[in-house]
Design a binder for this molecule. Structure first.
Ligand code: PGA
Length: 238
């Protein structure tokens, strides 16, 4: 684990104004006392509320998606400049749920990452293979193709999250040896890019995952919704 460990809470389509306030009240004192960096990515309407609370210097706020366009007639989309104006510092792009449900291709994801960076946001770019690809021994090949499709957007400041699709929301995290193999290979390709692991991260498996040299943090879904569970993850990250 690197010195700048990043623990990112991806709330997906969960939460409310009330639960956000309660979560922050519980998490901010813990996040402020540790050196790991905590990031909260709530649904869009909660972003201005989160950014207005005293999170500065304690917790970073991120969005879960962004448009690749800068402004214009794009109903339902949100531009990176507006996220930055709200106080966001990061944005998740290319999550497998968006790739699957919205047909997002690597070229679009690269455009989103580029738009984020142009607005001063750090993109957290997600990659990962399906269960079938892993069973066929093609995990590295599939992730490699995703990286190729993203192109030069990976060269500039960004964070990469390796999230095997079969481990997301299943309670079945990748094994430590699977994570180590994939991350060591990713480190070889992207020496300057912080590498997160995501997929059923919990207090039961985070310590072993972060003990790997080539893991710089975690992208956490379900276990991030409960403030006490998330606080335990922060304490493990230190
Ligand atoms: P999970 O989700 O921790 O619930 O598996 C992770 C993610 O999708 O980012």
């Amino acid at each position: 684990m690197s010195a700048d460990c990043l623990i990112v809470a991806n709330w997906k389509m969960h939460g409310s104004q009330q639960s956000l306030r309660e979560w922050l009240a519980a998490v901010l004192p813990v996040a402020g006392s540790l050196s790991a960096t905590a990031v909260l990515c709530p649904p869009f309407p909660l972003l201005p509320i989160a950014c207005d609370l005293p999170v500065q210097g304690v917790l970073k706020i991120g969005a879960q998606d962004v448009s690749e366009q800068s402004t214009g007639a794009f109903t339902g989309e949100v531009q990176a400049e507006l996220l930055a104006e709200c106080g966001c510092e990061m944005v998740i792009v290319g999550h497998s749920e968006r790739r699957a449900r919205h047909g997002e291709a690597d070229s679009l994801i690269a455009g989103k990452a580029r738009a984020a960076r142009n607005a001063g946001l750090t993109p957290i770019i997600c990659v990962g293979e399906s269960a079938e690809a892993r069973a066929d021994g093609r995990a590295q090949q599939v992730v490699g193709e995703q990286l190729d499709g993203l192109g030069d957007v990976l060269g500039a400041p960004c964070v990469l999250a390796y999230e095997p699709i079969w481990a997301i929301g299943t309670g079945k995290s990748a094994t430590i040896s699977d994570i180590e193999q994939m991350h060591a290979w990713l480190r070889g390709r992207l020496p300057d890019c912080p590498l997160l692991y995501g997929g059923s991260v919990s207090r039961a498996n985070l310590a072993d995952t972060l003990a790997l040299d080539c893991v710089d943090g975690a992208l956490v879904g379900s276990a991030s919704l409960d403030a006490e569970h998330f606080n335990d993850l922060l304490r493990i990250a230190g």
